[in-house]
Each structure stands twice: as structure tokens, then as C-alpha cells.
Write a protein that binds this ligand. Structure first.
Ligand code: ATP
Length: 213
């Protein structure tokens, strides 16, 4: 199971958490094996893609047998570093930020929002979903060095200056929920989720492609 993770394509790596969640459920229900067709139905990824993805993991399904659930489970938990807690900060405790603070990420993943920042004095000093909110002015002082990921739920104009400060502080990954295209050095990973664009894209697909494969 010692494979070179740099060889796993990024598109495959992005599907790992999806596979992992489903395999965990299968394992919990006592299932020993799963076919790529079953997986495909559950995670809505076509079975050819699943077979290709799994071949990168060294998991070679056998015809008429499928994949071994225990093998996959131990592979995913190792690969996704589930033994190690990833600490996260959230910037911008507005409607979306508040929802994330109340959402218990650690139920399914080993990630935890440790602290949050905002500029609104009605929010600074409060605790939301068990997470302390600090003033953004105190970012450099309060953000612990072991917090490696930041979630950005601030207004668009605030995104880049905050990003620059996070990068200087040593953050490694940013989950950007603002519509801003933020610029970061090459070694920083940004995942951009623009909910309005996603919703629009979905509506467009429903209108123009529904019923087609
Ligand atoms: P709300 O209804 O609480 O204002 P919202 O999500 O509709 O939330 P936004 O204007 O998107 O409002 O702001 C999101 C959050 O980001 C708010 O809590 C706001 O106080 C905070 N915020 C605004 N500017 C900054 C900044 N420069 N740094 C950190 N947080 C900021």
C-alpha cells in the first residue's frame, strides 16, 4: 500500500473523501466487498472512472467479486491522514460562516475549526458553535502555528488582503467561499467554491441537458 501519492491525479484525489465516506458506511454496516457498479450508484461517479481511480490506489477489483471493503477503508484512512487532526480557522462570521461554525465537521472528518475572526464588534468576543471569535486585527497574534487551513467567508473585497496575511502567517490551504479570485504563491492550495455560480450552473444544466447522459 506504499504508493507514491504524487502520482495520483488531482481529479482522483478530490474524489477520495467521497469514496471514503461511502466505504466507511459500508464497513459500519458489515459489508465485506463492493462492486464498482454499486459504488458508482452511491457516489454518482461513473464506474469506468471509479475503476481507473481505484487502480491508482493499488485496489484491483476482481470480476464477480468487486473490491475488498477493509482494504479500501484502511487505504483511505491512511491516505487522508485521518489519524491526524487538521486545524482550521474561519474568517468572516456572517450567515455562511456562522452555519459552518455550527456544522460539526469533525463528525465525519478529522478537521476542526479551532477559532474564527471577524471585524464586527457584535461578534468579536462571542462564541459561535463552540468556537471563539477574535478581531481580525489580532490574526497574527491569535492564530496558532498549527492551524493549516482557512475558510474564507468574508465579503469579496476583503478576500485578498486577508489571504495575504494568512499566507504570511504560514497557512497552507484556503477554502474560498467568496467570489474573489485570490492570488497566492505556488505552494499554497486554494479551493474555490462560489455557491452562486454552482447554483447557476446546476440550473443551466437542468434546462439544457436534462435527460441526456
Ligand atoms: P451578516 O448577515 O452577518 O452580515 P453576511 O454573510 O450576509 O452576514 P457579509 O457582508 O458577506 O455578510 O459578511 C460576512 C462576515 O464577514 C460578516 O460577519 C462581516 O462582519 C465579516 N467581515 C466583513 N469584512 C471583514 C473583514 N475585512 N475581515 C473579517 N471579517 C469581515
Amino acid at each position: 500500500m506504499n504508493l507514491d501519492q504524487s502520482k495520483i491525479p488531482q481529479a482522483t484525489a478530490k474524489r477520495l473523501p467521497l469514496y471514503y465516506r461511502f466505504i466507511k458506511n459500508l464497513h459500519a454496516s458489515g459489508k465485506q466487498r463492493v462492486s464498482s457498479a454499486e459504488l458508482s450508484e452511491a457516489v454518482k461517479v461513473d464506474s469506468a472512472t471509479i475503476r481507473r481511480d481505484f487502480s491508482y490506489f493499488g485496489a484491483l477489483g476482481k470480476k464477480g467479486y468487486g473490491y475488498n471493503v477493509n482494504y479500501l477503508l484502511s487505504f483511505f484512512s491512511k491516505t487522508l491522514d485521518q489519524d491526524e487532526l487538521t486545524k482550521v480557522t474561519l474568517i468572516g462570521v456572517g450567515n455562511l460562516g456562522t452555519a459552518f461554525l455550527h456544522y460539526n465537521f469533525s463528525k465525519n472528518n478529522n478537521t476542526k475549526i479551532e477559532l474564527a475572526f471577524d471585524v464586527d464588534y457584535n461578534k468579536v468576543g462571542s462564541t459561535v458553535g463552540g468556537v471563539q471569535v477574535y478581531h481580525l486585527d489580532d490574526l497574527e497574534e491569535k492564530l496558532p502555528d498549527d492551524v493549516s487551513v482557512a475558510i474564507l467567508t468574508v465579503p469579496v473585497g476583503a478576500a485578498q488582503p486577508i489571504t495575504d496575511r494568512l499566507v504570511s502567517k504560514g497557512i497552507k490551504g484556503i477554502l474560498n467561499f467568496t467570489p474573489a479570485r485570490i492570488h497566492v504563491p505556488d505552494h499554497i492550495r486554494v479551493h474555490h467554491i462560489d455557491l452562486a455560480v454552482e447554483l447557476q450552473a446546476l440550473v443551466y444544466f437542468l434546462k439544457h441537458y436534462s435527460g441526456e447522459e
